[in-house]
Each structure stands twice: as C-alpha cells, then as structure tokens.
Ligand binder design. Structure first.
Ligand code: THU
Length: 160
C-alpha cells in the first residue's frame, strides 16, 4: 500500500537588527570576502564565512576555472579550510552572501547540492548542527537551524 510522506522545513527570515552581534559580524565577513571572488566566467561573487566553536572566523570567496567544473564554491572552500586546519573544532555557523559584479544590491543565493552535502559532512563530523545564514536581496537574512532543512532525506549513512 502506498504511503504519502511529508517533509517540512522550518526557517526564519530576520531583519538585520534581529541578528545577534555574532551573526552580524559573520555576515559582514562574508560580505567583505565576496569582494575577493575570482569569478570571471559567471561574474557571480560569493562570500562565505564560518565561525568555529572557538569563536574564530574563517572566510572564503568562490574560485572559478576556465574548465568550469573545476571551479569551487565559497562554502566548500571555507569548510575545507576549516576541516584541514582546525580538525578538532566544530563549525557553529556559516554565512553566505552573493553579488553580481558591478551591482550594489545583494543577489539571491542558496548553497548548491555539493555544498549542502559538505555542510552535512561537517555536521556529522562534530555531531553538531550548523546554523546557516543567507543574505536576501531585500536586506533580510534567512536563518536555517541546520542542514536538515536545506537537504531533507540526505545521504548520511553508508550502512543504513
Ligand atoms: N557559487 C558559490 O560559490 N556558492 C553558492 O552558494 C552558489 C554558487 C558560485 C559557483 C560559481 O563560481 C558561481 O557562484 C556561479 O554559479
């Protein structure tokens, strides 16, 4: 007998003043590093910043390649750097922003599938959810409590 299964996702939309100071700082770091994007093929400049459990902030922009699939998203670069250099520290939060070259307003952005799977791996590695903050073009910020809301029914168990 067939069964319908519903998956629900809950997240928040917040004004800048509704973010914590820590979150505002993280967003600012993501905004700043987006200026360093190497994105000559898409002109889409992305910045991602993570806060480690120690409080330290790391950040990266996206880095493209003339062989397009070789390019790497900002989120995967910063998470890879965190894992490689701070293997004992969990990531608490990630902030993601994007802007098209030459434009003032922020672009709408949402992490790609590969980056979602990478965020999931970091959550599993430290058994701790990562708060995900995403800049909206209208100035508001989306706050997701963890990757489950962005990647329901994910692959996370080789032996299930
Ligand atoms: N990109 C990111 O860095 N993060 C995202 O969340 C979305 C997409 C990059 C990949 C590529 O360099 C450019 O944005 C256009 O897709």
């Amino acid at each position: 007998m067939s069964k319908k299964i519903k998956i629900e996702a809950e997240f928040e939309e917040l004004g800048w003043d509704e973010l914590t100071i820590e979150e505002q700082q993280l967003m600012m770091r993501a905004r700043k590093v987006s200026e360093k994007a190497y994105a000559p093929y898409s002109d889409f400049h992305v910045g991602a910043a993570v806060r480690l459990e120690s409080g330290e902030i790391l950040q990266s922009s996206n880095q493209e390649n003339v062989s397009f699939p070789v390019g790497v998203c900002a989120e995967r670069l910063v998470l890879g750097y965190a894992g490689a250099n701070f293997p004992d520290l969990a990531v608490k939060q990630i902030a993601i922003v994007a802007r098209r070259k030459g434009e003032e307003i922020w672009a709408g952005v949402s992490p790609c599938g590969l980056c979602r799977q990478t965020i999931n791996e970091m959550e599993m590695r430290f058994n701790r959810p990562i708060n995900i903050l995403i800049q909206n073009p209208d100035g508001s910020v989306l706050r997701f409590p963890g990757i489950q809301t962005l990647l329901p029914f994910k692959f996370d168990d080789l032996n299930a």
